[in-house]
Design a protein around this ligand. Structure first.
Ligand code: CA
Length: 467
């Protein structure tokens, strides 16, 4: 390119220097025609040279332009590729930046958590230290107390004064007494808590049964319309619901008619009972005397199994009573009447042991017993085993109360009560040795008054809260 341009410039310079032949028209025409002609030829040669040069120049330019074009194309292709790469790199770096941000956030979160963990650990350590400190203080106190008690119990041999020794001994004795009283109180409290717990458990069972009963009755409307009383026996519905554990549960399930029902105490076989339904709940009747139709002068086995007619006079049986009331939390409800149709009622919270305890009746004293209650309540607070003529478990050493009187009962000294004695119609025999065999409750109508009727029923103590 440079060469071509240089050639062209050179040509033009030569032309200028020689004086362009075409411009030399005004010379002497006569004298110099041949010379003019030569100059003309020379000028044509120059033109030719110039034209050739120009042609070469043009060609050169064209080649150069072509080459440049190719080069430009190359460059633009390369630029495009470069641009694309730059864009991709930009995207990549963007992505990396985003990832970096996310990582930063995660790192911050981890730092926070680490901080929290450190805080919790510090708190825990503090608490542990506090607890250790407390333990140390407690053990110091215990040691001091032990030392004191020891020195008191040993009467402080270091002390020469015998009076001080005696005082310490009596102090130690007092402390022992206090401790014993405290222990008794704690035992008492524990017992009460246990009873409450039992009651709660029972209530829970009832609530669950009631709930399932409600569910069932919702699904199966009114299957009870056919339940009518037949000769005193109330038929229970053929319900898939679990059999009630006692009469009060039946009452809670909606039964309000007194009569014979089947119950199934927890962990026991089902059996029939007479339920006395009252406004405040369902009572399971365990004994009834009303007309002397059943002989109550029976032996141990009969009293254990039960006898009589559930719709008339009967003894339910010690084993059955035990299965209902074995867990405590039950009350004994005794209803008595005399020949003037006066009525008396005694309620005693109680527990009944099993055969291994000779069906020991234990009454719980709530406050103090009323005079009426003492005929059974007082002697049974420490537990009274059941006695029959063939099983003397009473508290009278030289006498068999059951044989001396009649029937089976929780006898103490033969003279307080016997609701299973002989039934005497009115008027009763005149002889006292006969009359004393009758049904009696000493603190109501006296030792020698044979009562007209007696009914003993039991129900969970919860029934008391309603009545
Ligand atoms: Ca005896």
């Amino acid at each position: 390119m440079k060469t071509t341009l240089a050639t062209l410039t050179l040509c033009l310079v030569v032309l200028m220097a020689t004086g362009f032949p075409l411009e030399k028209k005004g010379g002497s025409a006569s004298g110099s025609a041949a010379k003019e002609k030569r100059v003309q030829y020379a000028a044509w040669d120059d033109v030719n040279v110039i034209a050739h040069g120009l042609l070469q120049l043009g060609q050169g330019l064209k080649e150069h332009v072509d080459k440049t074009k190719v080069q430009m194309r190359d460059i633009s292709t390369k630029l495009k590729v470069f641009n694309r790469t730059v864009a991709e790199l930009g995207k990549e770096s963007q992505k990396l930046r985003v990832e970096g941000e996310a990582l930063k956030v995660q790192a911050r979160g981890l730092e926070d958590r680490e901080g929290q963990l450190l805080n919790v650990t510090a708190e825990l350590r503090e608490k542990a230290e506090e607890m250790q400190q407390e333990r140390r203080t407690m053990s110091e106190r215990m040691n001091r107390l032990e030392e004191k008690v020891d020195s008191m119990l040993q009467g402080e041999p270091g002390l020469s004064d015998t009076n001080a020794g005696t005082k310490n001994k009596s102090d130690a004795h007092n402390i022992q007494l206090m401790l014993e009283a405290q222990n008794r109180r704690i035992d008492d409290l524990m017992e009460r808590i246990r009873l409450q717990q039992e009651k709660l458990d029972k209530q829970n069972v009832r609530i669950r049964t009631l709930q399932s009963h409600i569910q069932q009755s919702k699904q199966r409307p009114s299957p009870r319309s056919s339940n009518t009383e037949r000769s005193g026996i109330v038929e229970q519905g053929d319900s898939p619901v679990e059999v009630a554990s006692d009469c009060h549960e039946l009452f809670l399930r909606g039964e309000t008619t007194s009569g014979v029902y089947t119950i199934k105490p927890i962990n026991a076989e089902p059996f029939k009972v007479f339920c006395e339904m009252t406004v405040d709940g369902g009572w399971t009747v365990i004994q009834r005397r009303q007309d002397g139709s059943v002989d109550f002068d029976q032996q141990w086995h009969a009293y254990q199994k039960g006898f009589g007619n559930l719709n008339g006079e009967f003894w339910l049986g010690l084993e059955k009573i035990h299965t209902i009331a074995k867990d405590g939390g039950y009350i004994l409800n005794i209803k008595l009447s005399d020949w003037g149709d006066d009525f008396a009622s005694v309620r005693l919270p109680f527990r009944l042991g099993g055969e291994e305890t000779k069906y020991t009746l234990q009454t719980m004293e709530v406050g103090t017993f009323s005079t009426l209650e003492t005929s059974l309540g007082t002697d049974a607070t420490s537990g009274l085993p059941f006695s029959t003529s063939d099983q003397d478990n009473d508290q009278k050493n030289d006498l068999n109360c059951a044989k001396h009187l009649s029937g089976g009962w929780w006898f103490s000294n033969c003279g307080r009560s016997n609701l299973n004695g002989r039934y005497f119609q009115s008027p009763p025999p005149k002889q006292r040795h006969q009359r004393k065999q009758g049904i009696f409750w000493k603190t109501w109508r006296g030792r020698y008054y044979p009562l007209k009727t007696s009914m003993i029923m039991i129900a969970p103590a919860a029934i008391e809260n309603k009545s």
